[in-house]
Design a protein around this ligand. Structure first.
Ligand code: GLC
Ligand code: CA
Length: 570
């Protein structure tokens, strides 16, 4: 990429901070974060040094999936405030130089949405039903679901409706909760509605959209039965593939064939791309540099790159990177695979370690048992992490990530080193995964706990009262932002320092070159005038000579300790 492009196309190298509105900051003391709370805390993010914010949904919603069940795409839920509050928050962000990205949830609506309620009231075969995926059941009396698909949250992906006269009727598809009916994206009426939604938010000045389940909107013709090749239940993963498996071109081609053959008929269907080409045209019609970022759990990366071809979306979340363990060899493989796949379509690589759907990386990187994506961890999980080890690895992993060229995503609270909250009381849990699996999967509440701002305030300064929609751990005072601000060894200081250096050394627009470190467990790379060494092993190695710019943890005498990343001046 030339630097001219990088200057105008901010998203190629941006650091984008994910705000989970429920848990960021509460302005009125009801225990639920809100838009005015966000507005008033934005200066902390410019101080941190990020370029943009992405807000998870704050739209009208019965909150059965924390707002990813939208009942009105063009309004704010009273829980979070009003449209005026949104405008005020956006104006403040722009004043501070932060871009604003909102979440768009097009695969499904809430079952409370007027469009779905009208569909329920209308007859089979009607235009209203055609907005969603209604089908007759199988079996003599339609008592069996139309196919065998399972919901990402557990249980079957179909629910049978009761007709207005009280008799059992058709079934509707929901890849997620029963309260999240899937739209039929082959229906042009649905397409037109969403074009209006895009325009509504673009007109209000948003800089882009993070598109939820961007790989799921089109289903294979005939909705064929499908049995996953591997048990596991990833968050809509189109298959799993260890990045390190693509060692040779033949291996990669074989693995890609295998994946294509095993691909679920509801993920990554070719038809979705036409939708993004249409959306891209709409965005291009607006001033400024507005973007589409895909949440597309698609393997391998060469397939995911289709979402970011020049006339489609701008970015796709790099989940293969997120899913890579803390180990030099697979990290190097996934970084190489990412840069080559995205560069081939002229898109930037993105990097991400945490979000509202996964176990926070300060815990995840020290898990010692399998933890399929979306399952979460709780008191009875196997292989629970040692907190100190998790944090050490998380800091080292972040220091590596922020040295890579491309765009990076941060999830609120990771800059404080927050761990996953493991011991939430059962009665506090809200994730539909927990309910749909009868508590077999803990789900994602543990990464969604309201974040701490002030060590000595009620709810750690999350809001003006001691209310918090999920209970905060009693030992979080030292993790509060104000407690970390003046401590040069804190995780917050590490993030601030890394972000400032990343900007000063233009690492986001740089180029990566691998260095030979002579040790299998140590990654070495050069990005411009910065050398980076990451020791993923469990013993210290000799630290190459040079001026230390950043270190994720204390260094020994000429030693790079285990689970530590260092940046040196080249
Ligand atoms: C995406 C969201 C997740 C949500 C799901 C259904 O994966 O990130 O939080 O539950 O879509 O909308
Ligand atoms: Ca509130």
């Amino acid at each position: 990429m030339t630097s001219v492009l990088s200057c105008t196309e901010w998203w190629r190298s941006a650091v984008i901070y994910q705000i989970y509105p429920r848990s960021f900051a509460d302005s009125n003391g009801d225990g639920m974060g809100d838009l005015l709370g966000i507005r008033d805390r934005l200066p902390a993010l410019t101080e941190l040094g990020v370029d943009a914010i992405w807000l998870s949904p704050f739209y009208t919603s019965p909150q059965r999936d924390a707002g990813y069940d939208v009942a009105d795409y063009c309004d704010v839920d009273p829980l979070f405030g009003t449209l005026d509050d949104f405008d005020s928050m956006t104006a403040r962000a722009h004043e501070l130089g932060l871009k604003v990205i909102v979440d768009l949830v097009p695969n499904h609506s809430s079952s409370d949405h007027r469009w779905f309620q009208e569909a329920l009231a209308a007859a089979p075969g009607s235009d209203e039903r055609a907005r969603y995926m209604f089908r007759d059941g199988r079996g003599e009396n339609g008592e069996l679901p139309p196919n065998n698909w399972e919901s990402v949250f557990g249980g079957r992906a179909w629910t049978r409706v009761t007709d207005p006269d009280g008799t059992p009727g058709q079934w509707y598809l929901h890849l997620f909760d029963a309260s999240q009916p899937d739209f039929d994206w082959n229906n042009t009426w649905v397409r037109r509605q969403f074009e209006d939604v895009l325009r509504f938010w673009l007109d209000r000045g948003v800089d882009g959209f993070r598109v939820d389940v961007a790989h799921g909107m089109i289903k294979a013709d005939g909705l064929p039965d499908w049995t996953p090749p591997l048990a596991g239940g990833s968050m809509g993963g189109a298959g799993t593939l260890d990045a390190s498996a693509s060692a040779t071109a033949t291996d990669a081609a074989d693995a890609a064939d295998e994946l294509a053959a095993s691909r679920a008929p509801f993920w990554a269907q070719d038809g979705v791309h036409e939708i993004y080409r249409e959306w891209r045209t709409i965005l291009n019609g607006y001033e400024g540099d507005r973007i589409l970022a895909a949440e597309a759990w698609v393997d391998p990366l060469t397939d995911m790159a289709k979402w970011v071809r020049p006339d489609e979306m701008h970015q796709a979340f790099n989940f293969p990177y997120l899913e890579t363990p803390w180990a030099a060899e697979p990290l190097r493989a996934v970084i190489d695979a990412s840069i080559s796949a995205f560069t081939a379509v002229e898109a930037p690589s993105t990097w991400v370690l945490s979000n509202h759907d996964v176990v926070r990386h300060a815990s995840r990187l020290a898990l010692t048992a399998e933890n399929p994506q979306g399952h979460g961890i709780g008191p009875n999980s196997a292989g629970l992490p040692i907190p100190e080890l998790g944090l050490r690895r998380a800091r080292a992993a972040t220091a590596l990530m922020l040295a890579l060229p491309g765009s990076a995503y941060l999830y609120q609270g990771e800059e404080l080193g927050l761990p996953e909250v493991i011991d939430l009381p059962d009665e506090a849990r809200e994730d539909p995964t927990w309910f749909r699996t009868d508590g077999e999967r803990y789900g994602r509440d543990g990464c969604r706990v309201p974040i701490p701002w002030e060590a000595d305030s009620p709810a750690y300064g999350f809001g003006p009262s001691d209310a918090a929609w999920l209970p905060q751990p009693s030992d979080w005072a030292p993790l509060a932002r104000d407690a970390q601000g003046n401590d040069s060894t804190s995780t917050l200081s590490l993030y601030r320092h890394a972000l400032a250096l990343r900007r000063a050394h233009e690492l986001g627009t740089g180029e990566l070159e691998w260095l030979d470190t002579g040790a299998e467990t140590v990654l070495g790379l050069r990005n411009g005038d910065v050398l980076v060494y990451a020791n993923t092993g469990d013993t210290a190695v000799t630290l190459p000579a040079g001026e230390v710019l950043l270190s994720s943890g204390p260094l020994g005498e000429a030693q790079l300790p285990a689970d530590t990343t260092v940046w040196l001046r080249a």
